[in-house]
Design a protein around this ligand. Structure first.
Ligand code: ADE
Length: 238
């Protein structure tokens, strides 16, 4: 069953200015509000009420930002949109990954009995799920964007920019990750605790290898554009 949220509010969180720029290009009737260190931009995308915010990089900043977004604007759904490092051979720069779930790969209390690597004790979960109806609807609407290849699977999050082949191999073999980034795990945990529907749209800017920094800088704009075009198709579909 595909849930309808027509008329309700969508929160959009990006970590970097270049990522949010592509979202703001889609937005009409923009209004800005500042709260603490965050600038919330309210407006419409494809006639749908949206509030976009720049969280800053990393899990703590993005968790704070998500909680403020929820308290101040009561979004019915939160989407994390931006770029990621690809950690599967099948995924290329410019492709888009729609997450089924997200793992905090740097969370490790597995020294204690019955705790797995990546498990968040507060949730007793390794994989924080994205909302099934959101995943289905994004994947369906992405079919209309024929020039972007779309994958779906696990995204891994941690407070590290990954640029090392050994590390990225582990993220795939240990957690089944197909892409890595630095915020979605915290945004997902905050949405889970607040019972807010949640989805992740990330386009690949680099392959998390020794060229990652150069590729990230070169492709962040184009890849952010690809993620924004999938977001736009999703919003058009609801
Ligand atoms: N976001 C984009 N590329 C990344 C990488 N290689 N590591 C972590 N986050 C990223």
């Amino acid at each position: 069953m595909i849930k309808q949220i027509r008329g309700e509010m969508i929160g959009i969180i990006c970590a970097e200015q270049k990522e949010i720029n592509e979202i703001l290009k889609l937005m009409t009737n923009k209004n800005e509000e500042n709260f603490r260190s965050f600038k919330f931009i309210k407006g419409e995308i494809n006639n749908h009420d949206c509030t976009a915010v720049l969280s800053g990089v990393g899990k703590v900043s993005s968790a704070i930002c998500t909680q403020v977004l929820i308290f101040k604007y009561s979004p019915d759904i939160i989407l994390n949109v931006g770029v990621a490092g690809g950690i599967s051979e099948k995924i290329n720069i410019g492709d888009v990954v729609i997450a089924n779930n997200v793992v905090q790969h740097d969370f490790d209390v597995s020294i204690f009995p019955n705790r797995k690597r990546g498990e968040i004790p507060a949730l007793s979960l390794v994989q924080i799920p994205c909302s099934t109806w959101v995943i289905e609807k994004i994947l369906n609407s992405a079919k209309s964007i024929s020039n972007v290849k779309v994958h779906n699977g696990t995204i891994v999050s941690g407070d590290q920019f990954i640029n090392c082949p050994n590390k990225l191999l582990g993220l795939n073999t240990d957690f089944g990750g197909i892409a890595c980034e630095m915020e979605a795990g915290a945004i997902g945990q905050t949405c889970f605790v607040n019972k807010v529907d949640f989805g992740i749209i990330r386009s690949i800017s680099d392959n998390a290898n020794s060229d990652a920094k150069i590729n990230f800088e070169e492709f962040i704009e184009q890849s952010s554009m690809n993620a924004a075009s999938i977001l736009s198709a999703f919003i058009r579909s609801i």
